[in-house]
Design a protein around this ligand. Structure first.
Ligand code: ADP
Length: 402
């Protein structure tokens, strides 16, 4: 049998997540996480998935190179070393591909330079992604390394959705436009939703609600994204765990002029101290629901603001698409929080939307419908799998160029 293993790497500023998959049968062989890179108390957690064995250790990990070497050693102990002939490629999650990268791309020096050129629009993410890629390339220079971009799925948005209504010259000079993120998840979930409906992606219109700690919505017409809620950065759109989502941009001028806050302070406020955590002190939906059950008014208001924004996007994307076949909930909140799903579509019967209480209450890790059988618009819960999508795209690309 030809080699078919793909390692997926997701390098953040202080962490690296990884999964090893066998693409001949889609089986996940190993998965892990290195976190607190750069600290004395860095942590590595590695799971050998076919046996269920888990190894964990804490200690100093100086940088991404050390992190990758450490995870490679763990893989090696399970017989999955990076030098294994079974490994056909490494797929890297890259957050920002700008307008340039519309597809997964085999990484070479030109691609690296372009990812680097995009750093001004993704100052937190692209540098970390680049370090991960460069380190992996140094460890296995002969192996194809593929970049799968979070923005790629959204590059099909028409200009009417992708452009902000600001001076065109300024926008073009500084590449200010709506790029969207979570694209790998939106791509995977919209296709999986079509499959759940027994249809081809080209034949359905789907609204995907990716509700994790970060959250975004997308309108997908016939398999192609036509609008999404995140913009130049992941700050725009829905209320999130710690991000505000949509606000009047003049709030920033006001806080600077009247509040005397610096741009960096406002950046931190809106990205890290807003959203659910800013509203009630908690960003975990489980904790918020627990507090609501105890009669906590702050948690209630935070939940109501979260749902109000979500409803606005559902309504807006019904209008953008004209005809909607299904709405799919995904990610941590979307997959697990039945009260969020129920509240998000409550009162939207005129749009053809409702959930069946009993179906909505079922807990499962499988894609499923939660709308009444005769519903005009299906409501679905579709667990996302970004690693599988990255591995699938990576494998397809390297097989194609074999
Ligand atoms: P991210 O990848 O953006 O970090 P996830 O998709 O893993 O986020 O989602 C994490 C969030 O999912 C948590 O912050 C929490 O609010 C929510 N969540 C996870 N499990 C549950 C659950 N059982 N019930 C309600 N919310 C949940």
């Amino acid at each position: 049998m030809s080699p078919s293993r793909v390692l997926v790497l997701n390098s953040g500023s202080s962490s690296v997540k990884y999964q090893l998959l066998d693409m001949s049968d889609g089986v996940r062989l190993a998965a892990g996480l290195v976190e607190r890179i750069g600290e004395e108390s860095a942590r590595l957690k590695h799971a050998h998935l076919t046996s269920g064995a888990v190894r964990e250790w804490t200690g100093p990990i100086a940088d991404h190179e050390a992190a990758l070497k450490a995870l490679a050693e763990e893989l090696d102990k399970d017989g999955f070393g990076l030098d294994s002939p079974e490994l056909v490629a490494i797929g890297h999650r890259v957050v920002h591909g700008g307008k340039t990268f519309t597809e997964p791309t085999v990484i070479d020096e030109v691609v690296l330079a372009e990812i680097e050129r995009l750093i001004p629009v993704a100052p937190l993410h692209n540098p970390a992604n680049l370090i991960g890629i460069r380190t992996a390339m140094a460890l296995r220079p002969d192996l194809p390394q593929v970049a799968v971009f979070d923005t790629a799925f959204h590059t099909t948005m028409p200009e009417s959705a992708a452009r902000y209504a600001i001076d065109v010259q300024v926008a073009d000079e500084y590449r200010v436009r709506r790029y969207g993120f979570h694209g790998t998840s939106h791509a995977y979930v919209s296709r999986a939703t079509a499959k759940l409906l027994g249809k081809a992606p080209e034949d359905v219109n789907v609204i995907v609600l990716h509700l994790g700690n970060g959250a975004s919505a997308s309108a997908v017409r016939g398999g192609k994204c036509v609008d999404t809620s995140m913009g130049l950065t992941p700050l725009e759109g829905l209320v999130m765990g710690t991000r505000s989502g949509d606000i009047d941009p003049a709030v920033i001028f006001h806080l600077a002029r009247v509040g005397g806050m610096s741009i960096d302070e406002i950046d931190t406020l809106l990205n890290k101290k807003s959203g659910l955590v800013g509203l009630c002190g908690d960003n975990d939906m489980r904790e918020i629901r627990r507090r609501i059950d105890e009669g906590d008014a702050k948690a209630r208001l935070a939940f109501d603001i979260y749902i109000h924004r979500l409803k606005k996007y559902i309504g807006a994307y019904c209008a953008v698409l004209g005809t909607v076949d299904a709405i799919a909930f995904t990610a941590g909140v979307g997959e697990n929080a039945a009260p969020v799903r129920e509240a998000a579509v409550a009162g939207l019967e005129t749009l053809g939307l409702s959930v069946d209480g009993a179906l909505n209450a079922v807990r499962s890790d499988q894609p499923r419908l939660i709308s009444p059988e005769d519903a005009r618009v299906k409501v679905a819960v579709v667990p996302t799998d970004e690693e599988l999508e990255i591995a699938t795209q990576t494998y397809a690309l390297v097989r194609q160029s074999d």
